[in-house]
Write a protein that binds this ligand. Structure first.
Ligand SMILES: [Zn+2]
Length: 112
């Protein structure tokens, strides 16, 4: 026990990982507005699916089972539909992306 207290404390030097700076909310909004039409439709479908699911939950609360079953199933299908978009150009820096890239290698923006 006493040996541990006498030993000098050494800190390991941790290399700092350099990450690209985060986008500001304003930049994210500008990116969403400049999205290609297909990606914007997918985003709208996902948001609409959440609202459909909420209508289904309203049906559960009010014991309106036809409303509940219909909209819960519809909302789940719309939200979880495996919609994949082929993106070949980065929406932020307009550089070409390698096939299957999830993040732009030039600027680090996530690409769906
Ligand atoms: Zn980029």
């Amino acid at each position: 026990m006493a040996d541990d207290d006498d030993a000098p404390v050494k800190a390991h030097k941790v290399e700092k990982v350099s990450r690209p700076p985060r986008m500001s909310p304003r930049e994210e909004m500008a990116l969403a507005k400049s999205m290609p039409r297909g990606r914007r439709l997918v985003m709208i479908a996902k948001v609409a699916g959440v609202f459909l699911f909420a209508i289904g939950l309203e049906g559960v609360v009010t014991a309106n089972w036809i409303l509940a079953v219909t909209f819960l199933v519809l909302g789940t299908v719309v939200v979880l539909a495996p919609i994949r978009m082929q993106v070949t150009v980065c929406p932020k820096c307009q550089s070409r992306l390698p096939e299957g890239a999830a993040v732009c290698p030039q600027c680090g923006v996530p690409v769906m």
